[in-house]
Design a protein around this ligand. Structure first.
Ligand SMILES: NC(=O)c1ccc[n+]([C@@H]2O[C@H](COP(=O)([O-])OP(=O)(O)OC[C@H]3O[C@@H](n4cnc5c(N)ncnc54)[C@H](O)[C@@H]3O)[C@@H](O)[C@H]2O)c1
Ligand SMILES: O=C(O)[C@H](O)COP(=O)(O)O
Length: 397
């Protein structure tokens, strides 16, 4: 009997994704203590006591800073995410953020509501106060203004292209842009080679980088000071990418006009020039469906076939299944003679290898191997006994 995999969901995941799982092979629940896999969105896994049963973690979304990615790599547990699946949702919110800031929409709407709800004006009195008060919310238009996009990945490229189509001058900065993203980027977007140049030339800055050591506090007091006076910072990446204290000081001094972000803090959320949304970037039905479908498909492909696609801590490794073969998935340290030792064990067991792939990423590597016929359970123990092998799994057909 092939195993039924227990998948623990730690956040609400769209049924469009969950319903793709064959219930004969997958058992879904929120309370398992020994899950084979975890499926989540933003739930924090940093203090999670990783059970020995765990084979994989799938993040229905982009950011993986809520997951101890390196620790899981060292245990031979791949972490999957869903690159691009929520990018359009974030792009649309960033465009809304540009307009919210440029036209002072948030305060203007509050003002109108206050005239009626608090001041109880109506009819001609209301009209008069509307016309008298509107000048304080007069804004500015986007064409001709410069937007600096930091991070030209799935989201950054869409934002850059959309802003460019709205008539903005767009600068982009991403020292590790992929060829795929570079192809998608409008040729009118100017790539700059230093983040300092981007700040100095931008009326708006928008952030689309992961929260990692290199991006922590990327928006600093010094960089804000180099921007033209009255600029706007938009942060739909992660709170930690911005030095919030520096941003609030710049808002108070008038150096910044507004800070639009998706990550509430006690101080920031109540500042009059800050517009904070409740982490809404990916909260559209379309994005939730896209992320769930992608996360579920990648997870089930790994559990059923050992294939790894869109992992943030292991390389891309996938092979088609062949009849009358047994598959092994092996996680090992990336060091010399691992392949030699693994194939020696297979040869000594008299097994004929029909397919073999080994790829490394950073300190770790993953091997998928198909051998003819059946494999005895002891073989897995022999592979695990090799120094540097972290985990081995016989994958049922
Ligand atoms: N607010 C939300 O709900 C929401 C939704 C989706 C994603 N996000 C955040 O946005 C981030 C980006 O998402 P994505 O889908 O575009 O990811 P992505 O991986 O497609 O793109 C990230 C880009 O950032 C670049 N980058 C990394 N470090 C950089 C640096 N120091 N300077 C400049 N560029 C750098 C990478 O090269 C990559 O091209 C996610 O990691 C997540 O934190 C937030
Ligand atoms: O990184 C992401 O994909 C976003 O921050 C979305 O997070 P959520 O799935 O918790 O809305």
């Amino acid at each position: 009997m092939p195993e039924t995999f227990r998948i623990q969901t730690l956040n609400a995941i769209s049924p469009l994704g969950l319903n793709r799982l064959d219930r004969e092979r997958f058992d879904l629940g929120t309370e398992f203590t020994d899950p084979r896999a975890i499926l989540l969105r933003s739930a924090d896994l940093h203090s999670y006591d990783v059970p020995h049963s765990l084979y994989a973690v799938a993040r229905a979304g982009a950011g993986t800073n809520n997951i101890p990615v390196e620790k899981l790599a060292s245990l031979g547990i791949p972490v999957f995410n869903t690159p691009g699946a929520n990018a359009n949702a974030v792009k649309e919110l960033v465009i809304a953020g540009l307009l919210l800031a440029a036209r002072n929409l948030y305060h203007a709407a509050d003002y109108t509501k206050d005239l009626v709800a608090e001041q109880q004006l109506s009819g001609k009195d209301l009209d008069k106060q509307v016309e008298a008060g509107k000048k304080q919310f007069a804004g500015f238009e986007l064409p001709g203004r410069t937007l600096g996009v930091i991070g030209l990945g799935a989201i950054g490229v869409l934002v850059a292209n959309a802003a460019q189509a709205m008539g903005m001058k767009v600068l982009g900065y991403d020292p590790a842009i992929t060829i795929e993203r570079a192809w998608q980027l409008s040729p009118s977007v100017e790539q700059v080679t230093s983040v300092e140049e981007l700040f100095a030339r931008s009326d708006f800055i928008t952030l689309h980088v992961p929260l990692i050591e290199a991006t922590q506090g990327l928006v600093s007091a010094e960089r804000i000071a180099s921007m033209p006076a009255g600029s706007v910072v938009l942060n739909f990446a992660r709170g930690g990418v911005v030095d919030e204290e520096a941003v609030l000081a710049a808002l108070d001094s008038g150096q910044l006009h507004a800070y639009v972000n998706d990550f509430p803090t006690e101080v920031g959320a109540v500042h009059p020039k800050v517009i904070t949304l409740p982490h809404l970037g990916a909260s559209t039905s379309e994005a939730e469906d896209n992320c769930a479908v992608m996360a579920v498909d990648q997870l089930s492909d790994f559990l059923l076939h050992g294939n790894i696609r869109n992992s943030v801590n292991f390389p891309e490794v996938a092979m088609a299944r062949s009849p009358n073969t047994t598959r092994l998935g092996i996680f090992n340290e990336n060091k010399p003679n691992m392949i030699g030792q693994i194939t020696t064990v297979l040869a000594e067991a008299g097994l004929n290898v029909t397919e073999f792939t080994n790829k490394a990423r950073g300190d770790y590597a993953y091997t998928l191997v198909d051998v003819e016929g059946e494999v005895a359970d002891e073989l897995k123990e022999q592979i695990l006994a090799i120094d540097g092998v972290i985990r081995a799994r016989k994958i049922e057909g």
